[in-house]
Design a protein around this ligand. Sequence first.
Ligand code: G
Ligand code: MN
Length: 382
Amino acid sequence: MREQGGAAKECDVSQCRILVVEDDVLVRRAYERVLAEHSITAVGNGDDALAELNKQHFDAIVSDIDVPGMSGIELLKAVRKTNWEIPVVFITGCPSVNTAQDAVNFGAFGYLTKPVTPDELKRAVARATRGRSLNAPQRPAVQSAEALEARFDRAIDQLYMAFQPIVAVSEGRVMGYEALLRTEEKSLVRPPDLLAAAEQLGELDRLGRAVRSKVAQAIPTAPPGVRIFINLHARDLLDDELLSAASPLAPFADRVVLEITERASLEGVDDDLSRLMRLREQGYWLAIDDLGAGYAGLTSVTRLEPEVVKLDMSLVRGIDANRTQQQFVASISQVCRELGMQVVTEGVETPAERDTLLGLGCDLLQGYLYGRPARTFEAPVF
Ligand code: G
Ligand code: MN
């Protein structure tokens, strides 16, 4: 169980602090102008960038890859040693599959090819800052005089799951549904807020158990043969209930796919890995979620050897018009398929995105184009 989007607030434009790393003065000024609505600090090389990062907090980094001295990729590696969170958008004059793979491996958020239009740059930064607030929920956004405990209790009482189809397009069938956390409690209606509340109250186990029990209740009503995908929070892995034979999901283990992110798969390292392996022995499938979103890297793919890899929607959005995204999705999905993994691409919204993905050999698609999350297992629109 883990946060699932919802209408999380983007960081207030004026409040976003962006670090721009670009050695060409004219280009740097151009980026500063395009991003003028944000608070910009611009530097010409990686060392100065690290010095700025030590001095102040930033919401995102926009970096050229080919900067003098430390390259953008080296800068990213250095940043990731201490900061797993900050989204990094790369811009390069000479794209290559190698640098794209390095970029994703170390959790880059986006990868743009020069010349970048003002719109592309603005959109990439908006996505990066939005992704950040989605991935790192702060304290609950809705303030209420009523104690958090009482609201959280109600949120748990009024918890329900919404199911979104994942389709195998060429076969015209549904391969699974992702179960997404929802509640009727108005003050915690955004999943990141509900998760932040659970974290704050030390109630993550209770939330995770409630989610698993709801999903288990719903599985008998799912169409035969489909798999049910469920998001795990890093914390869920430490809850013995998940691994116990008495877990409500246990009877359905061979139909359930547990989605994990980089954080869930690497945080406790060896212990987490052995717990994941035990879950697999019980019949669960494992999926790496949000690959390409900024923190799920290729190391989690090689360590876990998941049955399924889910490519993040930031790689899908507008893929029909972006050759770098196309090249990247093609190469990553090919590697995963060669390793025997199924590749799901998330967030497919338009026929153009669908057609491009199908052309790249991606056949397992999830997104609003096929169906929104719903309380029952709705058939997708093909
Ligand atoms: O991190 P994870 O992949 O579990 O996030 C899934 C979230 O993405 C859910 O909140 C779901 O509602 C949302 N979502 C699903 N399909 C689409 C889509 O096509 N477009 C957008 N913008 N969001 C989507
Ligand atoms: Mn997911």
